[in-house]
Design a binder for this molecule. Structure first.
Ligand code: PEP
Ligand code: MN
Length: 357
């Protein structure tokens, strides 16, 4: 896959921005959002017409009727408009209304049958198709979904990184796992990759820092949820921001252009960032296991610190490190810090349990 084209004509000297509400709720709300984002210089407008909700009983979008409001927003504000499609029927209805592009949601990307049906319906159609990452951090599942669209002849394809579902309590609504989109970019260097800080963060205050982080990591642009009255939003209220807050964020983020001779440095940095993300993810996983051990020891009345076990572990780690040219002293320091934190996690977990009783 090498013949990707830009999804829209835009000024490649800066990031590509897509903004608009999570859901199209009413004609007035759509038009207010469209006018608001257009006034902030955004050229591509998003709004969900059919909403995939995790649980039944939540607002599932108003459906095809809202496509007419999007068309009106496009005409009045001169925006390109995009919406989410999950079935060939959605796609056909969206195409009939003159949509400029569609995005495939994370839950749909996860399902190869659904992807193939949409890809088949896209044959011979020239629109922009944005493929959000699947719910699980599997780069091959993401690439497979993109490949199905590519094989149908579409070339205006972009990937959108929106984070990954997790059962762990983290700062984010969807864990970024930055190493996954970075790997995707390495494998498909010609394709545009955007970031969606709204769905990653799930909170308004995380949108600005996540946006900057994404641009620093080399993403080509951002998709941000924006609502005229965020607190009243029928879906994803916590993460939507007003057009004026969006304007503040877009004018404060820094787009660091890399001169050609800095490309190599940039590649090294991306590599380092990927490794660091993996290190952090591995440490989090290790702490999770340590908490499990703490719980087991508590049940069996065992002491948290088993001195012998730690000495053995340290000795083995130092030997392994030395064999591949890493300093024993350095590994000793790192493992002592990791062990200390593991013990702290086990103790505090036990403490919390005791307090509850
Ligand atoms: C959305 O963009 O509103 C949406 C539902 O996205 P995702 O598929 O990333 O959850
Ligand atoms: Mn949303």
């Amino acid at each position: 896959m090498k013949e990707f084209k830009p999804i829209f004509d835009y000024d490649a000297q800066g990031p590509l921005y897509i903004a608009g509400p999570c859901s199209a709720e009413s004609r007035e709300q759509v038009l207010a959002a469209a006018r608001g984002v257009a006034a902030e210089g955004v050229k591509i407008f998003r709004a969900g017409v059919w909403k995939p909700r995790t649980k039944p009983g939540m607002f599932e979008g108003v459906g095809a009727e809202a496509l007419e409001w999007l068309r009106e927003a496009k005409e009045e504000c001169g925006l390109s408009v995009i919406t989410e499609v999950a079935t060939p029927e959605h796609l056909e209805a969206a195409l009939r209304s003159g949509i400029d592009g569609v995005w495939i949601g994370a839950r749909t990307t996860t399902n190869p049958f659904a992807m193939q049906q949409i890809a088949d319906a896209l044959e011979g159609v020239d629109i922009a198709v944005l493929v959000k990452n699947p719910v699980i951090p599997d780069v091959n599942l993401w690439i497979g979904a993109i490949e199905r669209i590519y094989n149908s002849g579409v070339r205006r394809i972009a990937a959108v990184h929106r984070g990954f579902g997790t059962h762990q309590a983290t700062l984010y609504r969807n864990d970024p796992h930055w190493s996954v989109p970075i790997e995707l970019q390495r494998l498909l260097p010609e394709m545009t990759i955007l970031s969606d800080p709204s769905h990653i963060g799930g909170r308004r205050d995380l949108i600005a820092p996540l946006s900057q982080q994404a641009l620093d990591l080399g993403f080509a642009g951002l998709m941000i949820e924006c609502h005229p009255e965020p607190d009243e939003a029928l879906s994803d209220a916590m993460q939507q921001i007003t057009p004026s807050v969006l304007g503040d964020i877009l004018s404060s983020v820094v787009w660091r252009r890399t001169p050609a001779d800095a490309d190599v440095l940039r590649d090294f940095r991306i590599h380092i960032d990927t490794i660091d993300s993996r290190l952090i993810e591995l440490l989090a996983e290790r702490m999770e296991v340590a908490r499990g051990i703490g719980e087991l020891k508590r049940r069996h009345g065992m002491a948290v610190v088993q001195r012998e076990r730690f000495n053995e572990l340290l000795e083995a780690a130092e030997d392994r490190a030395e064999a591949i040219g890493v300093s024993r002293r350095f590994i000793h320091q790192i493992f002592s810090a990791i062990h200390e934190e593991s013990v702290r996690q086990q103790v505090s977990d036990v403490e919390k349990k005791v307090e509850k009783k």
